[in-house]
Design a binder for this molecule. Structure first.
Ligand code: PRX
Length: 635
């Protein structure tokens, strides 16, 4: 039995038991068998969730890019590493071999060095889904610079916040991007953001749309001429196991976005191991994850996990609806995709388009389907299973988070029997528990509670950049000694987990994590807005949509409400990005508050969900009378 790949259910149970009973032995074997180390570790694990402090493979030395690139050159040099499918179906796909990727990463790494970037420096990457994105990520890792990729749909304000939070020295961007039928001026967004940033010395600009863009003297440089001059050999920086590899921002229920810090060795081992098992990757497979590299899914399961396994990973620049809703299936047919991994929101949108878009294409290459990012509803699961998988491809419903670095709960295809809407069983090394509101562990089967993890795993985030106390408070204070996920879950009679959704003020819209606080702050910037509160409500395609309750200042009351709604959404798009726009905006005279002045979102949530018959006792509110008004005027 290989330590690295689980082949049937019995093996899964055996391996799982071993991973819980002797975790250090288990992970040492995985790490030993499949990776290239410059120096072996001294200690597999040390941990203390009260600090919290977690270290994996302490003392080991390595470079993750040697594991993703160099070691494949011998046997897989000509194999396609990245298969790039452009936005426009008429533009040819690019097959970037492991050798070519190696050379491009090394050249880029030399450019970074020549521009004064060194180990530990933070580099912000704000690029569309073009090969330069993956190449720049790996180039940073090659020289030990810490990459901070910001999804290129975020606004200039959101970008500036992230650049400033980690004092980035460089930004890598492009002259623009294509998204479906739209052309986006990314460089302008970067220029606007940099008005607010003082630490950025250099901006490297890749060409994608061949646009004339203003270049700031001394700061902005075209990437290609620098690459042309660079050597294609760059010695990999030797990193400590616990050196930071990257920062990736995620929304919190309050305050600023949290820069989750992932470190090198544990992240590499875990993402590679889970990629192999969850997607049962075989040498000639063509694996496609439709996420953007700007999210954790793209980091772990487009770039690092697949490349560490020598896989062919498809990188798609476009959107599912361009030039029409058959685009995904056309790409599957064209490249004979074997594993296809996407989000429930995309599945729901695709399912609405009619089967003619699916039936036009040959999907017989598919072996495994995956979903991630939010709970998948029964209907979407069955549509995916019947029409895409034709009933023969197991669906891996993978539950995890930016903070967890890799997939924690998921079926292992062809081993774990799947069950619609259930993420099923924990992967080896993962010890989930359900907690009640009193902080006690809920034992047994057919129970529900708050999902926590009671033992460390290699790819967990180690801290929040610049704010370790916030890391402790957010994840380790609700249930001392355990990592709290922020999700609710149930465990059924078979021990299968179903994730039911967030139990905090994070709302997942179209698979994107949105915190209420920054959206409310954006709304409150409007000159006639006095106060606001956001809640989620169910939406057929997006999973959740946003409902805003807004109190106007007297000056706003005479204004046209629809015009105001547009202005509020424009503010949100400008401060955060279009993904955070509200579907409904109700103007109210007050918000239900506790006597200590806290907004009772629970009540607002119920009203937005049309579930206001049973609001519980509202007499303790400071202002119970507003509840009736809000119900009467609900949208
Ligand atoms: O609520 C869970 C939901 O997405 C949250 C994490 O979001 P993010 O950090 O953006 O990472 C998304 C991609 C890994 C979780 O707390 N979530 C993620 N996967 C699932 C899910 N909810 C239900 N089922 C899933 N498979």
């Amino acid at each position: 039995m290989s330590t690295f790949q689980i082949k049937n259910l019995e093996e899964y149970f055996q391996v799982y038991r071993k991973s819980v009973e002797t975790p250090e032995l288990f992970w040492a074997e995985v790490a030993e068998e499949h990776f290239l180390w410059r120096k072996r570790w001294d200690k597999v694990l040390s941990w203390d969730f009260s600090k919290p402090e977690v270290k994996w493979f302490e003392g080991a030395k390595l470079n993750i890019t040697e594991n993703c690139l160099d070691r494949h050159l011998l046997n897989r040099g000509d194999k396609t590493a990245i298969l790039f499918e452009p936005n426009d179906p008429n533009e040819p796909a690019q097959h970037i071999s492991y050798r070519e990727l190696y050379e491009r990463v090394n050249k880029f790494a030399n450019v970074l060095k020549a521009q004064g970037i060194g180990k530990g420096d933070r580099v912000c990457i704000y690029l569309p889904m073009i090969p330069e994105l993956a190449v720049s990520v790996l180039a940073c890792a090659r020289i030990g610079a810490i990459h901070s990729v910001v999804f290129a749909g975020f606004s200039s304000t959101a970008l500036a916040t992230r650049i400033n939070d980690s004092d980035c020295k460089m930004v890598i961007t492009s002259d623009g991007s294509y998204r479906g039928g739209k052309v986006i001026d990314l460089k302008k967004i970067v220029d606007d953001a940099l008005e607010e940033c003082s630490t950025v010395e250099t901006v490297l600009v890749a060409k994608r749309i061949q646009a004339e863009v203003p270049m700031k003297e001394g700061r902005d440089k075209w990437l290609q001429p620098l690459l042309d001059e660079a050597s294609s050999e760059c010695a990999a920086e030797v990193m400590d196991a616990e050196d930071p590899l990257f920062i990736l921002y995620t929304s919190g229920s309050t305050g600023r976005p949290k820069g989750m810090v992932h470190t090198t060795a544990g992240y590499m081992v875990y993402t590679a191991y889970t990629f192999k098992n969850v997607f049962q990757y075989e040498e000639d497979d063509i694996y496609w994850c439709t996420a953007d590299i700007g999210w954790i899914t793209g980091h772990s399961y487009i770039v690092y996990g697949p490349l560490a396994n020598g896989a062919t990973t498809l990188m798609f620049e476009g959107v599912p609806s361009y030039p029409d809703w058959g685009r995904f299936w056309q790409v599957v047919e064209k490249h004979k995709v074997t594993q296809f991994y996407t989000a429930p929101t995309a599945i729901r949108a695709l399912a609405r388009q009619g089967l003619e878009y699916v039936e036009k294409y040959d999907l017989s290459s598919l072996k495994i389907l995956g979903t991630v990012g939010e709970p998948i509803n029964d209907e979407a699961w069955h549509w995916y299973n019947n029409h895409i998988g034709k009933g023969r491809c197991p669906i891996v419903d993978t539950w995890w988070q930016t903070e967890t670095g890799g997939i924690l709960i998921s079926p292992i295809p062809f081993s774990t029997p799947t069950k619609p809407t259930f993420a099923t069983l924990p992967l080896p090394g993962i010890q989930p528990v359900l907690m009640d509101t009193d902080g006690k562990e809920v034992q047994g089967r057919s129970v529900s509670g708050r999902l926590a993890i009671k033992f460390p795993w290699p790819s967990m985030a180690r801290t929040i950049w610049g704010d370790h106390e916030r890391y402790r408070e957010t994840y380790f204070s609700a249930f001392p000694g355990k990592y709290f996920t922020g999700d609710g879950a149930l465990r059924d009679a078979e021990g299968y987990y179903r994730i039911t959704g967030r139990v905090d003020d994070v709302i997942i819209v179209s698979g994107h994590n949105l915190g209420t606080a920054p959206i409310e702050a954006a709304i409150n910037e409007h000159p006639v807005v006095a106060e606001s509160a956001i809640v989620g409500f169910p939406h057929e395609i997006k999973g959740n949509a946003l409902y805003g309750y807004v109190i106007l200042k007297p000056a706003g009351e005479a204004l046209d409400p629809d015009a105001l709604r547009k202005e509020i959404n424009a503010l949100i798009a400008g401060q955060i990005g279009p993904i955070a726009k509200l579907d409904k905006i109700q103007f109210v005279s007050g918000l239900p508050k506790t006597r200590s002045g806290k907004i009772m979102r629970r009540i607002l949530r119920k009203i937005a969900n049309n579930d206001f018959e049973n609001l519980g006792d509202i007499s303790t509110l400071l202002n119970p009378e507003v509840v009736e008004e809000i119900i009467k005027n609900r949208l």
